[in-house]
Design a binder for this molecule. Structure first.
Ligand code: ADP
Ligand code: MG
Length: 727
C-alpha cells in the first residue's frame, strides 16, 4: 500500500532538523530592523519630510504632494539600503487575506539606461486592478477602479521573500467614490471617533491635560500545526482549512496534558524562526505556549495601538504561514480544524489609554481616579449591552460558527464577565450603601467610592467578553479573523456611548447638579439598565442558555442570521452618526459577508462529496470485498455460520453506511443546486446554512463509522491521531 497517507507518514519520519539562526542573541539588536520606524525616518528623511510624517502620525495631518515626493525618496533609499527591489501597497480587502501588487523601483530611462525610482504619487496612491476584490456592488465591474491610499500611522516595512525583498506600504482600500472596500478604512474612522469621545469625557470631567488618547489592543493568536505531508494528503484541510471527516483520536485532549506542557522540539524551532521574522518586522511577540488541544499553540505580542496591532497580526499570520513551509509544517488558523477537539480563537485584549499615560480601564488608587475608571468601565458595559447583536455580528464567520455555542468556546450569547469584586462594587454602587455624595469643597468624599483592588486571578474562560484587571478581553473573535471587524464595532459603540454619556451628564450639570453627582447618577442608571448582560457563571453550560433566554439576551448561532445586525435601522444610525459607514457601505459589506459564507459552505460541500465518493466509499468497498471473500472461504471449508458472524455483521454495516453516505451526498448536491438558484444572497446563505450544511454531519457520522471499521491499511486519509500527534 503506498497511498498518499502512508507516503506522508514516511516523510514525517524522515524530516531533518532545521537549524534556526537569529541575527543576534539579543532581540533588541534586530527588532524593527525591517521597519521604516522613527530611527530610520530620522536618518533617511529631510527635517521637513520627517516633521510632516510625524504630524500625520500624531495628529492625522495631511501630507502635501511635494513633501510626499521627499518621503518617497527617503523611503526608497532606506528600502534599497536593505536590498529591496520592489514596492507594494499592502492592504486588507474583504477577502480576509492581505493583498499586495508588487512594482519594481527599476525604470528604464530614455537614454537606454535605467534607474530606481519611487515617486510621491506612487507612495500616496495606487490603483490596483480591483475588479476581483469583493465590493458588494459598490463598484460596477466596468468601473472597477479602487484606490489604495497610504496610511502613515502604520509604518512601512520590508517583507523578505526567499528570493528578494519588497517595501510594503500599509494602505486603505476605497472605491473611487470614497466608499470603503477594506477593513482598515472603517477601523481608522472608528478609532478616530473613540479617541475624540474619550478626550472629550476625560478633559471635561477628569483631567484637562488629556489631549489625546488611543485604544490599545493585544491579540492572542491560537493555531494548530500539522505536518505538511499529512496536510497535503487531506484535500479537505488543503481546500477548506478544516477536516470535514475524521474519527476523534483515542487520546484526545481529555487528558489535558498538553496545556502549558513542554513544547516539542520541532515546533520550538518553528516558533523561534517565525519569532525572528516577526521581530524584524517590529511585531513585539512576548508569549508562546502550548494550548489545550494536542498540536495547538498560542502566541501573543505586547499590546499596541489598535491599528498597528491589527496590521501586525495580519502580518504575523502571513509570516507564520511562510516560515511554516521551511519547517515542513502547515499552520492552521481555521477556528475549528478538528471536530471534537478545541477550536482556536484570537482573543482581543482591549483598553483605552490617554496621552497622560493613564489606562482608563485600570482601577485607580484614589476616589477621583476610581470615578474615572468606573465611568469608562460602566460605559463599556452599557455599550456592549446596547449593541450585543452587533458585537455578535462582528465575529460572525462560517469558521467561527463551529466555536460559538459549540460547547467548548465562548457561547453565541453575548455576556460580560467582570469578576466577583467588581460585581460587588457595582451592586454597592447602585444600592443605597454607597449613594455617593460629593462634599462641598473637595471633589469627592473619600469614603464614598471604594478603593478598588482587584484579584487578577479571578478569570472566566467561558465568557465571550471578560474584564481581566485592566482591560476587556473579547475572547469570541475567531482565530482566522481580521480583528478589524470586531475592533471597528467595539470602538464605534464605545465612541457613541461616551458621547451619549457626555450629553446626559452635561444636561444634569446644566440643571444645577454638581459634576460628580451628575456623573454618578448617570452611571447608576447605566448599571441598572445593562445589568442583565453581566454573567459570572459557566458560559458553556446549558443552564446559561436557559437563563440568558429568560433575560432576553439573544443567542444567534449562525452567521447568516448574526450578520443581520449590521443592517438594522439601529446599526445604520449608529454607524452613520459616527461617520463610520454610510448605509450603502453597510449594505455592500453585508452582501459580501453573506456571499463569503455561501462560498465557504459551497466549497466544503463539494470537497466533502468528493471525499466521500472517491476516498471513503472505495476503501469501504475494498474492505467489504475482503470480508466477503473471507466468509466465502470459511463457508467452503465447511464452517458454521457462527464462525463468520462478525464478518457478516461488518459486511452489513458497511453496506448500511455506504448507502447512507450515497443518499446524503445526493441530497446535499441537490440542496446545493437549489440554494444556488436563490437570488437573494441572505436567503441563499440561509439555505446553505440550514439545508446544505446539516447534511455534512450526516455524511461525516457514517464516514467516521466506516473509518472505525475499515482495515487501517486501506484507509486513504491521514487519521486524526496522525494529524494531531505525529511530528
Ligand atoms: P492570558 O492568556 O492570561 O489572557 P496573555 O499574556 O496571553 O494573557 O495575553 C494578554 C494580552 O493582553 C497581551 O497581548 C497583553 O499585551 C495584552 N494587554 C495587557 N494590557 C493591555 C492593555 N492595557 N490593553 C490592551 N491589551 C493589553
Ligand atoms: Mg487571554
Amino acid at each position: 500500500m503506498s497511498t498518499l497517507r502512508f507516503k506522508a507518514l514516511e516523510t514525517v519520519q524522515h524530516r531533518k532538523k532545521i537549524t534556526v539562526t537569529a541575527p543576534s542573541q539579543k532581540v533588541s539588536d534586530y527588532f524593527n530592523s525591517n521597519v521604516f520606524n522613527d530611527t530610520a525616518m530620522k536618518k533617511f528623511l529631510s527635517k521637513e519630510a520627517y516633521q510632516a510624517v510625524n504630524n500625520a502620525i500624531k495628529n492625522g495631518d495631511k501630507i502635501d504632494r511635494a513633501i510626499a515626493g521627499h518621503v518617497a525618496t527617503g523611503m526608497k533609499n532606506w528600502a534599497m539600503s536593505k536590498d529591496a527591489t520592489h514596492y507594494t501597497h499592502w492592504f486588507q480587502p474583504l477577502t480576509g487575506a492581505t493583498a499586495e501588487k508588487h512594482d519594481a523601483f527599476f525604470e528604464p530611462t530614455d537614454d537606454g539606461g535605467s534607474e530606481e525610482k519611487f515617486s510621491g504619487n506612487a507612495l500616496v496612491q495606487q490603483e490596483p486592478d480591483a475588479s476581483s476584490f469583493p465590493s458588494g456592488g459598490l463598484r460596477n465591474t466596468f468601473e472597477a477602479r479602487g484606490y489604495t491610499a497610504w496610511d502613515p500611522s502604520s509604518p512601512a516595512f520590508i517583507m523578505e521573500g526567499t528570493n528578494g525583498k519588497t517595501l510594503c506600504i500599509p494602505t486603505i482600500f476605497v472605491a473611487y467614490t470614497g466608499e470603503a472596500l477594506d477593513y482598515k478604512a472603517p477601523l481608522l474612522k472608528a478609532l478616530h471617533a473613540v479617541e475624540k469621545a474619550v478626550v472629550d469625557v476625560c478633559s471635561s470631567y477628569f483631567d484637562k491635560n488629556v489631549k489625546k488618547s488611543f485604544a490599545s489592543l493585544g491579540i492572542e493568536q491560537e493555531y494548530f500545526l500539522v505536518d505538511e505531508a499529512l496536510f497535503n494528503a487531506r484535500p479537505d484541510l488543503m481546500l477548506t482549512g478544516r477536516t470535514l471527516l475524521g474519527q476523534s483520536p483515542e487520546k484526545g485532549q481529555q487528558l489535558e496534558d498538553h496545556y502549558f506542557g513542554s513544547i516539542p522540539p520541532r515546533v520550538y524551532d518553528y516558533m523561534l524562526d517565525f519569532e525572528i521574522e516577526a521581530y524584524k518586522l517590529g511585531i513585539p511577540l512576548k508569549t508562546r505556549h502550548n494550548e489545550v488541544a494536542p498540536s495547538q499553540f498560542e502566541c501573543a505580542p505586547m499590546f499596541e495601538e489598535v491599528n498597528l496591532a491589527i496590521d501586525h497580526n495580519q502580518l504575523l499570520m502571513d509570516v507564520m504561514e511562510k516560515v511554516a513551509q521551511k519547517h515542513g509544517f502547515k499552520v492552521l488558523l481555521h477556528e475549528k480544524p478538528f471536530a471534537g477537539v478545541n477550536g482556536s480563537g484570537k482573543h482581543n485584549n482591549w483598553s483605552l489609554i490617554t496621552n497622560t499615560g493613564v489606562n482608563l480601564l485600570s482601577p485607580g488608587k484614589t476616589p477621583e481616579t476610581n470615578l474615572q475608571f468606573l465611568t469608562f468601565f460602566i460605559n463599556v458595559i452599557k455599550a456592549v449591552h446596547d449593541h450585543a447583536d452587533l458585537m455578535r455580528a462582528s465575529i460572525a464567520a462560517a469558521g467561527n460558527d463551529h466555536r460559538l455555542g459549540a460547547n467548548e468556546a465562548p457561547p453565541a450569547i453575548m455576556s460580560i464577565f467582570i469578576g466577583s469584586q467588581l460585581t460587588h462594587i457595582l451592586n454597592d454602587f447602585v444600592s443605597n450603601k454607597t449613594s455617593i455624595k460629593v462634599d462641598s469643597k473637595s471633589s469627592i468624599d473619600i469614603n464614598k467610592i471604594p478603593e478598588i483592588l482587584l484579584d487578577t486571578t479571578d478569570r472566566n474562560r467561558t465568557s465571550p467578553f471578560a474584564f481581566t484587571g485592566n482591560k476587556f478581553e473579547f475572547r469570541a473573535v475567531g482565530s482566522s479573523a481580521n480583528s478589524a471587524s470586531a475592533m471597528t464595532v467595539l470602538n464605534t459603540i464605545m465612541a457613541d456611548q461616551l458621547n451619549k454619556f457626555k450629553t446626559e451628564v452635561d444636561a444634569l450639570i446644566k440643571k444645577g447638579n454638581k459634576k460628580e453627582d451628575a456623573i454618578i447618577s448617570v452611571l447608576k442608571s447605566y448599571v441598572k439598565s445593562s445589568k442583565n448582560i453581566l454573567f459570572e457563571g459557566n458560559g458553556y453550560g446549558n443552564e446559561w442558555v436557559k437563563e440568558a433566554a429568560k433575560r432576553g439576551l439573544s443567542n444567534i448561532k449562525t452567521t447568516p442570521e448574526a450578520l443581520n445586525a449590521y443592517i438594522s435601522k439601529k446599526s445604520k444610525e449608529l454607524f452613520s452618526n459616527n461617520h463610520i459607514f454610510n448605509a450603502r457601505e453597510l449594505d455592500a459589506r453585508y452582501e459580501i459577508m453573506q456571499e463569503n459564507y455561501v462560498k465557504k459552505i459551497d466549497i466544503e460541500a463539494k470537497i466533502l462529496a468528493q471525499l466521500a465518493i472517491s476516498h471513503v466509499i472505495p476503501s469501504a468497498l475494498i474492505y467489504q470485498q475482503k470480508l466477503s471473500e473471507n466468509v466465502a472461504s470459511l463457508k467452503a471449508i465447511g464452517l458454521k455460520k457462527n464462525s463468520y458472524d462478525a464478518q457478516l455483521k461488518f459486511i452489513e454495516e458497511i453496506s448500511k453506511y455506504v448507502n447512507h453516505i450515497r443518499v446524503c451526498v445526493e441530497k446535499m448536491i441537490a440542496e446545493n443546486e437549489k440554494a444556488h438558484h436563490i437570488e437573494n444572497t441572505h436567503k441563499c446563505a440561509i439555505a446553505f446554512c440550514h439545508k446544505v450544511k446539516p447534511l455534512f454531519d450526516e455524511i461525516r457520522n457514517s464516514s467516521d463509522a466506516l473509518e472505525f471499521i475499515v482495515e487501517d491499511d486501506l484507509w486513504k486519509l491521514p487519521k486524526y491521531r496522525e494529524l494531531l500527534f505525529v511530528k
